[in-house]
Design a binder for this molecule. Structure first.
Ligand code: ATP
Ligand code: MG
Length: 260
């Protein structure tokens, strides 16, 4: 079942009604709540502004976020990544990647606030990557725990991840990917921090990098360590696929020098 502004409004009313009822009668109903009240308010705002026209089913349901396929202005295909505010387990993990990045400050330790900063961080990382010519889902907007971006795929079917699909010209693919890592480092001052075949989509045989929430500024104390880990992941994966990969030291120098 898809979502539009009327359905969001209905759901908001239902929650209001239920809250009143629970208060009145102390009765407890278990109704499956897809979105909490504040998420519905944010969606309402995005529909109202015309950013979203209709939102279809879940494309991916992870521990931290769900990704939906949606249509926006002019029927543009969008991906809506909604961070779950109910699961607080990963809050601690998030803090590691926020504290130490000079761009972001946490005003309170409340789970919701941490998640909002995380979503903004992912958005701003996508903008930076996009601006230096790294292929990522084009960021559209962010509000609270909801991030709207370009949909990478066709008719609601996401492009495959690199772990599931081997590009035809894998040598060329590897080179482009390494160039992206280098651009991120030298031009955007970013380290992805969770780079692997799980966060690279293959669209039209070319790489698209996703999942930028944890990406950090080079000033972050973990930046170097994360860069090494990212590059190791890529070298391992591609050498298993038969690509002639450089060794780690060589690759690191190449990335930091700005490729070429
Ligand atoms: N812009 C997009 N267009 C199409 N599909 C997308 C887009 N962004 C994410 N997806 C799909 O959703 C999945 C999860 O996205 P992402 O990696 O950003 O979230 P995650 O929180 O790491 O989720 P998981 O824990 O499942 O990896 C991706 O593997 C991909 O299949
Ligand atoms: Mg991921």
């Amino acid at each position: 079942m898809s979502w539009d502004i009327d359905r969001v409004r209905d759901e908001l009313h239902k929650i209001d009604y239920r809250r009143r009822k629970i208060k009145d009668s102390d009765m407890f109903e278990t109704v499956e709540e897809v979105f909490d009240y504040s998420t519905l308010m944010i969606l309402y705002d995005l529909f109202n502004k015309g950013v979203l026209h209709v939102m279809y089913g879940v494309v991916n349901s992870g521990k931290e976020a769900r990704v939906y396929w949606a249509k926006g202005r002019g029927g543009m295909d969008l991906a809506v990544k909604i961070y779950l505010t109910s699961t607080s387990e990963f809050r601690k993990g998030m803090m590691t990647y926020i504290v130490g990045d000079p761009r972001f400050k946490i005003s309170s330790g409340k789970t919701r606030d941490v998640i909002y900063v995380w979503a903004r961080k992912e958005y701003s990382n996508l903008v930076k990557a996009h601006n230096v010519g790294v292929r990522v889902p084009k960021p559209i907007t962010v509000k609270g725990n909801v991030l709207v971006m370009e949909f990478v795929g066709v008719d609601g079917v996401p492009a495959p991840l690199l772990k599931d699909y081997t590009p035809t010209d894998i040598d060329a693919f590897f080179k482009v990917l390494m160039d992206y890592v280098s651009r991120l480092y030298c031009k955007a001052r970013l380290v992805h921090g969770d780079l692997s075949e799980y966060n690279v989509m293959v669209f039209d045989e070319s790489p698209v990098l996703i999942d930028f929430g944890q990406a950090v500024d080079l000033a972050h104390p973990l930046a170097e360590e994360l860069l090494v880990r990212d590059i190791k992941n890529l070298l391992n994966f591609f050498s298993r696929k038969g690509v002639e990969t450089p060794d780690l030291e060589e690759a690191l120098i190449w990335v930091k020098r700005g490729g070429g």
